[in-house]
Design a protein around this ligand. Sequence first.
Ligand code: ZN
Length: 154
Amino acid sequence: MISERPRKALTWKKGLITLAVSWVVCGISIYTLQLMLWPKEELECRTNLRLLAGAVAEYNQAHPSAPLTEDIPDSMVQSLGIKTHDASGKEVHYYFLSPSPHGGVMPKCNAHDINPLSLELMGVTIVAVIGSVLFLSLSGYTLVLDPPQPDGTV
Ligand SMILES: [Zn+2]
C-alpha cells in the first residue's frame, strides 16, 4: 500500500505568495528565453514599437483635432532613430497604426507580428498559475477538498 503523505492545508496567503514568486520567476524565464531565442530583428522591432507607441501617443495628445490614425510619418520614425531598412537597402520593418482594443491606436509592423504586452503578461500569468499549482501539489498542499483517491491519483 502506498503510504499517504500528510496533506498540508493551503492558506490564501501561502497560495498568493507562491503565485507571486512563480509569476516573477516565469516572467524572468520567459523574458530571458525571448532574448536568447528571438531573432535580433524581432527584438529590435519590439523596442521600435514601444518607442513609436510613445511618440504617437504624444503626437495625438498634442494634435487632438488631427490625430494619427493609419500612417506613421517617416520623419517621426527617423527622429526616433529607427531604421526600417537594412544595410543593403531592403525594407525590414514597415510600421503602421491599427486600432487598439483599449481605444486609440497602436503601432504594428507588417513584417513582425509581435504580441502586445497585455497578451504576453496574460501568457506569463497562465504559466505562473500552472507552475504554482504544480509546486503546491508537489509540496503536499491540499488544493481540493475532496479526499485523495485510494490509488493516489488526484
Ligand atoms: Zn518589424
